[in-house]
Design a protein around this ligand. Structure first.
Ligand SMILES: [Ca+2]
Length: 224
């Protein structure tokens, strides 16, 4: 009986910590870019991820993160340094990447990957006006769904610029090598619900009553 009460109290103590929804920041993605002629660079932490038209070619950057396994993801925000913004304001588009992340970071010349980085499902946008400002991109439900599917695996985001006059330099992330932040901030659902304090109190009371009843019956038997 005494042991049961101690166990009940220990359980209540262990559970009063209460797990709330949590946020986690993923930093240091593998980064790089592809040009419209297929030429690629990157696939390393801190690499330049130039996006936009510069020196005769259009560029599309990417980040590849490792998404930790765990509870479902309920929200995602990209926080990233704009580096040099030529002829802004320029609108950054964040796109899905259907090419496998392992292939994206291989930086073999590939026009198909350049196309992939700037087309398909749009995950979010941000307007870059000032050099080295921090851009905050709230990623949409399509992005959250894709990130959830990538839990425990690699996950790529592609960057493109929708604005700018043809043939005129217009960039975001120009000279972006080693710039920070380049963070993916995730919100997670709270872990599976546990009994509330009131419910635990009732469970504990039930245990005490059951124990008392057993003791009463035992004493009555002894008295007979
Ligand atoms: Ca795509």
């Amino acid at each position: 009986m005494k042991n049961k009460i101690i166990m009940g109290l220990a359980l209540v103590a262990a559970l009063t910590g209460g797990e709330a929804a949590s946020a986690e920041t993923l930093s240091g993605p593998l980064a790089g870019y592809y040009r419209d002629n297929g030429v690629a660079t990157g696939g390393s932490v801190g690499n330049n991820h130039t996006t936009g038209f510069f020196a005769g070619n259009d560029h599309r950057g990417y980040f590849v993160y490792n998404i930790p396994a765990g509870e479902p993801i309920t929200g995602a925000t990209l926080s990233v340094n704009a580096a040099y913004v030529l002829n802004g304001p320029n609108t950054l588009e964040v796109h899905d990447v259907t090419t496998s992340p392992e292939t994206v970071v291989s930086f073999a010349p590939n026009v198909a990957i350049y196309n992939d980085l700037g087309t398909g499902v749009l995950y979010g946008t941000a307007v870059a006006t000032t050099d080295r400002q921090t851009l905050t991109v709230t990623l949409n439900a399509d992005a959250i769904s894709a990130i959830n599917a990538a839990r425990g695996k690699s996950f790529a985001l592609g960057f493109a610029i929708a604005t700018g006059n043809s043939g005129e330099d217009h960039t975001i992330f120009l000279g972006s090598g080693n710039t920070t932040p380049r963070d993916l901030i995730l919100s997670r659902a709270a872990p599976a619900p546990v009994p509330t304090m009131t419910e635990w109190a009732m469970i504990l009371l039930g245990t005490i009553l059951a124990g008392s009843a057993a003791l009463y019956i035992q004493r009555r038997k002894q008295a007979v």
